[in-house]
Design a binder for this molecule. Structure first.
Ligand code: AR6
Length: 168
């Protein structure tokens, strides 16, 4: 699996699946989540609502997929990153976001997947560590049986890009 880094907006990526840094409610929010719902249109939220009614809140580290609505991608994979903690090591949950997203992408038949820096915004994860965890997780998941050929990290600003570049 190729790992790519680009600086840009995840809603503009021409990939099969984009990963959303959502929250457990699945009902939208700010950051990447807000951008995906804004650009993707109401069909994403409608599907999120149905999933929410059927299965309840999405636990941290888990994933679900929906349509990508008006985005260039075919699917949105929603995952819930852990809020960073200084007293508890939640690395396994952040790792799970990436590993489970790639597993679901594989299941859907997605070949190309774009990730934001999950948990590195509102959820407060220090950028360098978030980048290290992300890169290690996709490297490990990529050596498994994944049919995903390309994993693209889409970094919104220069500090995030630099952190991921260093981690790679
Ligand atoms: N494309 C790529 N990256 C982006 C974009 C974009 N359009 N917009 C922001 N980022 P965040 P979290 C970067 O806060 O920390 C939401 O309210 C951003 O600069 O979106 O996992 C959810 O509903 C940062 O580097 O996600 C949750 O409540 C990274 O994406 C909560 O925020 C992640 O920032 C999740 O917080």
């Amino acid at each position: 699996m190729d790992i790519e880094l680009v600086r840009g907006d995840i809603t503009e990526q021409n990939v099969d699946a984009v990963v959303n840094a959502a929250n457990s409610s699945l009902l939208g929010g700010g950051g990447v989540d807000g951008a995906i719902h804004r650009r993707g249109g109401p069909s994403i939220l409608e599907e999120c609502r149905r999933i929410r009614e059927r299965s309840g809140p999405l636990p941290t580290g888990r994933v679900v997929s929906t349509t990508a609505g008006d985005l260039p991608a075919r699917w949105v994979i929603h995952t819930v990153g852990p809020v960073h903690s200084t007293t508890e090591d939640r690395t396994h949950l952040l790792t799970s976001c990436y590993v489970e997203s790639l597993r679901l992408a594989d299941e859907l038949g997605a070949r190309t997947v774009a990730f934001p820096a999950v948990s590195a915004g509102v959820y407060g994860w220090p950028l360098d560590d978030a980048a290290r965890v992300a890169v290690a997780a996709v490297r490990e998941a990529g050596t498994a049986t994944s049919d995903v050929t390309t994993c693209r990290f889409v970094l919104f600003d220069e500090p995030a890009y630099v952190a991921f570049d260093r981690a790679l």
